[in-house]
Write a protein that binds this ligand. Structure first.
Ligand code: ATP
Length: 374
């Protein structure tokens, strides 16, 4: 991948983010930079990404000048603004210091963009593009060379000790871009202790990995690096889940990130029972599947429960034409009998024993009376 020249970068920037003109104005003369994934993706020729801006100045004042209601995160002096539907993160340039491994960092304003870049995770994410003057990348850690070589390189040797979420982020970038770990980075990742961060932070980062198109590969990498144990010892189930969620029938069945995370790392759960079941009637299938978490259904299908296809396609949508009001009108008193009557009618309808409003009502009334009509 040949490196882009400055004028090519400026052209690509204008094409990808025409709204940057207004943003530039709002900086009020303070140095303003595009940073992070947007720069990386621009240099990779990947087009638009979320916009992360850093101002060596006051991010909140800039957000206010953009006329947006900023959502301020005091701790990190950042503001989120919407501009023409585009979400922009504006942050005050800052440095970070980690009191202990895995701590949330102590933050201080930085005097230069270079100092801000020094707190970042990988060289490919530590490039800034000035939005005033020449679009000449500021690249103190040689991120462009690593982009060209397809390498993920940490900025300093304590990087993963300070913030172990970076090891999880590495799997995200390595799987997305097909990049390798630079050898010293690989060594540091292998001794990363994920236990110094909370389970919630780990899960948030793992869900971001699980949302990636190449998530199964990402989980495989984490296992190769010794950071996680894969469910069943491989990512076969995760790959099957990814494929399943790409199919018409299953695409909206569950949140992809949750399903892939469970398939890759989750403990074996109730979906194994579901996968082993072999319901002989539609009503039994609905009884088994009806109240399950959507992720369980997806996993059970990926584990081989083919009957779930018909559940998804037909049975789960089966509904009665009658409701409780019809039974009340027919003289069934308020109470459990109504529920029982409707349930019996639904079972018989699902199993093809009855059809139409009249038969539904007869079946429901018979069941309600039989159950005592209380
Ligand atoms: P994506 O393309 O997945 O959105 P991104 O690079 O934009 O990736 P974000 O998580 O949005 O990722 O973070 C934006 C930038 O902030 C990163 O590019 C990186 O420079 C920096 N960053 C984010 N998280 C960390 C971290 N834990 N440690 C150091 N730098 C980080």
């Amino acid at each position: 991948m040949p490196q882009l020249q400055t004028d090519e970068i400026a052209t690509a920037l204008r094409a990808a983010y025409p709204e940057l003109g207004a943003v530039r104005e709002a900086a009020g003369g303070a140095p303003l930079y595009l940073v992070g994934g947007a720069v990386r993706d621009l240099l990779l020729g990947r087009g638009r990404a979320e916009l992360d801006l850093v101002i060596v100045g006051d991010a909140a004042a800039m957000a206010a000048r953009l006329g947006a209601e900023p959502v301020e995160h005091e701790r990190f002096a950042t503001a989120k603004v919407q501009l023409d539907g585009l979400e922009i993160d504006v942050a005050t340039a800052r440095t970070e210091r980690y009191e202990h491994p895995g701590a949330l960092p102590d933050v201080a304003p930085a005097e230069t963009i270079e100092a801000d870049l020094g707190r970042r995770d990988f060289t490919i994410n530590a490039i800034a593009l000035p939005l005033q003057g020449e679009a000449e990348p500021i690249d103190p850690h040689d991120g462009r060379a690593d982009l060209e070589a397809g390498l993920l390189r940490m900025l300093h040797e304590r990087s993963f000790v300070d913030d172990p979420t970076r090891a999880l982020r590495a799997a995200r970038y390595a799987s997305r871009f097909g990049f390798e770990l630079e050898p010293e980075t690989a060594e540091a990742i292998r001794v990363t202790d994920l236990d110094t961060i909370s389970a919630e932070r780990r899960r948030t980062e793992l869900l971001r990995l699980a949302a990636e198109p190449e998530a199964p590969r990402g989980f495989e990498l984490l296992a190769e690096w010794g950071l996680v144990e894969l469910r069943g010892g491989d990512v076969v189930l995760a790959a099957r889940v990814a494929e399943l969620l790409g199919s018409r029938l299953w695409q909206d069945a569950a949140r992809r990130d949750r399903a892939l995370l469970a398939a890759a790392l989750g403990p074996e759960g109730a979906e194994v029972d579901l996968a082993a079941a072999n319901p002989q009637k539609p009503s039994l299938a609905v009884e088994l599947a009806g109240r399950r978490d959507p992720v369980e259904l997806v996993l059970a299908r990926a584990l081989g429960a083919e009957w779930l296809d018909r559940y998804m396609d037909e049975w789960r949508a089966v509904a009665l034409e009658i409701d409780g009001g019809d039974l009340l009108d027919a003289g069934v008193p308020q109470g459990h009998a109504i529920g029982r009557g409707l349930k019996e009618a639904l079972i018989r309808k699902l199993d093809g024993d009855i059809s139409g409003r009249k038969q539904e009502l007869e079946t429901a009334l018979a069941a309600a009376r039989w159950s005592g009509g209380e």
